[in-house]
Design a protein around this ligand. Structure first.
Ligand code: AMP
Ligand code: GLY
Length: 433
């Protein structure tokens, strides 16, 4: 074995920085690269590949020449485009599903039909490729209803419509104005589910699987889940919404049947399967699958995993997860996202950020993860995106974790810093009850 294993992380968000920091939490020496990465990854010792690539084959060639032992892919687009297929053809080891398996996120038509064919609980639905038939269905079913572009739409392709008018307008946007382009060549109309959502992360090598702590995202910008949706303003884990009995049901009725269905479809799933569930009165149902780690849930989940993640990811990629050493800490973790003022609408960039070092100093239970930052000169970070950074803290209790996370958030300053002050509130209320 080489003295040092080499890792390439693909992606550039807070999720990827959290993956890097989690890999560094053991004493395994690692040589790390990121494409394209961000200033936080670079600050923590990642070499960033600063090149414009002409397709994934070029990155695979680079990985081959630089003897990369393991590539870890963060975002869905490379996975759906087939980065795993390209790397594996070259004999490289890569963590993530191949393009056939990534359809579970890349095509809602595929995932909804999979659930229907294999009796996996989800909202009732119908798929349409023309507006006229979709309008007829809407006429007979009425509102509320959810209109979804089948393909990838940067998290914006699901429109929850409370009235028929809203649904007609969503269909016009998709079929006539083509605001999602080819991603809305097929459109799913589905029943609106009510309940509370949770994010379930399943690490799998195609045969065995391990569950990460259950988390909850906070999508809307405003406190009390008000205002427009964002990429996610915070998360915490474990979420008491999913207790052991419910988790047992989720494993039996959703996770095991999903992995089994993918094998039967000749699309055995390896990597991280994100199952978004709705806990409804009549039990848990699938809202969506993603073929990758969620952001910001990853930032709240990985600090609770107490094992050699390089080994775990490597085993997922090579079909040997069954023998992995696996331990989850009996603690809670909270993540608060700091965003630019105006996000998810227009916002200004280039605001100087101070206090990141102070937030982490002498606090082994606090991490700051960069997302939309830029390095100016040798040591000044400025804002460069909507979601600028996220702060995670972990502690014996959820309240302790939240208090440590908000203390750290208070240390970080930039003009227009915007965060939600009620991250984890639902969890705290549930625990108290
Ligand atoms: P998706 O693009 O399928 O991930 O959906 C994004 C978000 O839209 C979900 O996290 C839910 O909050 C909401 N959503 C999607 N489908 C439904 C549904 N059938 N009923 C209620 N809310 C939904
Ligand atoms: N946090 C939601 C997502 O990653 O899709």
């Amino acid at each position: 074995m080489d003295f040092m294993d080499s890792v390439l992380i693909v992606g550039s968000g807070g999720r990827e920085h959290a993956i890097q920091k989690a890999l560094l939490r053991t004493d395994r020496p690692l040589c790390m690269y990121a494409y394209p990465g961000n200033p936080g990854l670079a600050h923590d010792g990642c070499m960033l590949l600063e090149k414009t690539l002409d397709g994934w084959a070029e990155l695979a060639q680079w990985a081959l020449e630089n003897e990369i032992d393991l590539t870890i892919v963060g975002p869905e687009i490379p996975l759906v485009e087939g980065i795993v297929d390209v790397f594996e053809e070259k004999g490289l080891t890569i963590f993530g599903p191949n393009s056939k398996a990534a359809r579970i996120e890349g095509s809602k038509q595929f995932s909804k039909e999979l659930m229907k064919n294999y009796d996996i609980p989800t909202a009732a639905f119908e798929v349409f490729t023309d507006k006229k038939s979709a309008l007829d269905y809407l006429e007979s079913h009425g509102a509320p209803i959810v209109v979804k572009a089948s393909g990838l739409a940067a998290g914006k392709g699901a429109i929850v419509c409370n009235s028929k008018e809203e649904a007609v307008s969503a269909l016009t946007d998709m079929f006539d104005k083509r605001i999602f382009g080819d991603a809305a060549n097929s459109v799913v109309l589905e029943e609106m589910m009510t309940g509370e959502e949770a994010s379930i992360f399943v690490l799998t090598d195609g045969k065995d699987y391990k569950l990460l702590p259950i988390s909850q995202d906070h999508k809307p910008i405003g406190e009390g889940d008000t205002g427009p949706n964002t990429g996610g303003m915070g998360a915490y884990a474990p979420a008491p919404l999913v207790d052991d009995a419910l988790l047992h049901r989720v494993e039996k009725n959703i996770i095991a049947p999903t992995l089994d269905a993918m094998r039967k479809e000749g699309a055995a799933y390896k990597g991280l399967l994100y199952v978004g569930i709705m806990v409804a009165d009549d039990g848990p149902k699938v809202v969506e699958y993603n073929c990758r780690f969620g952001d910001p849930e990853t930032q709240a989940v990985l600090p609770l995993v107490n094992c050699d993640l390089y080994d775990v990811f490597y085993r997922c990629a090579t079909g040997k997860l069954g023998d992995a050493r696996w331990e989850v800490l009996p603690k809670s973790c909270a993540t608060v996202v700091c965003a630019s003022k105006g996000y998810p609408g227009p916002y200004e960039k280039g605001k100087q950020i101070s206090g990141i070092d102070k937030a982490e100093y002498n606090k082994p239970n606090v991490d700051v993860y960069h997302a939309g930052t830029r390095l100016v000169g040798d040591d000044t970070f400025v804002t460069n995106g909507g979601r600028v950074l996220s702060v995670s803290a972990w502690d014996d209790t959820l309240e302790g974790a939240l208090s440590a996370a908000y203390d750290a958030v208070d240390q970080i300053q930039f003009e227009g810093k915007t965060c939600r002050n009620d991250i984890g509130a639902k969890g705290v209320a549930r625990i108290k009850k």
